[in-house]
Ligand binder design. Structure first.
Ligand SMILES: CC(=O)[C@@H](O)[C@H](O)COP(=O)(O)O
Ligand SMILES: NCC(=O)COP(=O)(O)O
Length: 259
């Protein structure tokens, strides 16, 4: 199983102070030494963490392939075409969200996504679509002739955290998931089943399958055991753990769990 380490969250810490420390660029060598397979970053429209010059320096200096997540906004796609990462992952963006809340609405944005894919392919950038695990969206992704899809695992992760973690006892408890444990157990099983089904469908259609969002040291094995998923992109939990163990060890620990 390949691991893309999302280093945005280092920039989140830097932006909290509006200074130049910690610098996500410093993570590149450590990710490589710890056998990460890819660097993932997300150039958000509001530049709330990674900025354009971070993305430029990371792409210029990374020995590992860079997967640049971005919205389908024309201006952002033009920037990505100039930056030339190995892969661009198209994601939905909503300015008001705390983090990405779901997959791309491929059906409603079909023509706009098609145009973005053409521009990226013309610049020799592989394309991935960050989508919900739904059959119809997988089919549309295949029609768009992208190389990859990345299945959004955020819903699965939220259910897992409400069932097995202490999230419901904190001020970040997810109100709509404040349900009896038995219901959450059923929902978790269903969510994993949906991800597996979507991944198998995509594999049949010759799409390479990645997954990510909210994956952590507790929930990851349920997803990494799905045979047709070949890559996981993980950020928040790895950077959170690195506060205590260091980034090198945090990546090694994750690699060990998903091997
Ligand atoms: C699309 C995605 O899942 C990642 O970009 C992840 O969300 C990064 O965290 P932020 O939502 O804080 O950008
Ligand atoms: N595309 C998912 C990603 O890059 C990492 O998401 P998260 O682990 O930070 O939730």
């Amino acid at each position: 199983m390949l691991l893309g380490v999302n280093i945005d969250h280092i920039a989140v810490l830097r932006e909290a102070r509006k200074i130049n420390d910690p610098n996500p660029l410093d993570a590149l060598g450590i990710c490589k030494l710890a056998n990460a397979d890819q660097i993932t970053i997300h150039l958000r429209e509001d530049r709330r963490h990674i900025h354009d010059d971070d993305a430029k320096k990371i792409i210029e200096n990374s020995n590992l392939p860079v997967n640049l997540e971005c919205s389908i906004n024309d201006e952002i796609i033009d920037i990505v075409c100039k930056l030339k990462p190995q892969r661009a992952t198209l994601v939905p963006e909503n300015r008001a969200e705390v983090t990405t809340e779901g997959g791309l609405d491929v059906k409603s944005n079909f023509e706009k996504i098609k145009k973005a894919i053409k521009k990226l392919h013309d610049n020799e950038i592989e394309v991935s679509l960050f989508i919900d695990p739904k059959k119809e969206t997988i089919k549309l992704s295949s029609e768009l002739k992208v190389e990859w899809i990345e299945l959004h695992t955020g819903t699965f992760a939220n259910i897992y955290a409400m069932l097995h973690g202490n999230l419901r006892n904190t001020h970040h408890s997810i109100k709509e998931l404040e349900l009896p444990r038995q219901d959450l157990k059923v929902m978790l099983k269903e969510s994993k089943k949906q991800i597996k089904k979507a991944s198998n469908k995509a594999d049949q259609l010759n799409l390479k399958v990645a997954a990510g969002h909210g994956l952590n040291y507790q929930n990851v094995s349920l997803i990494s055991s799905i045979k047709t998923i070949s890559e996981l992109n993980i950020g928040q939990s790895i950077i959170a753990r690195s506060v205590y163990t260091g980034l090198y060890q945090a990546i090694l620990d994750m690699k060990e769990l998903i091997k």
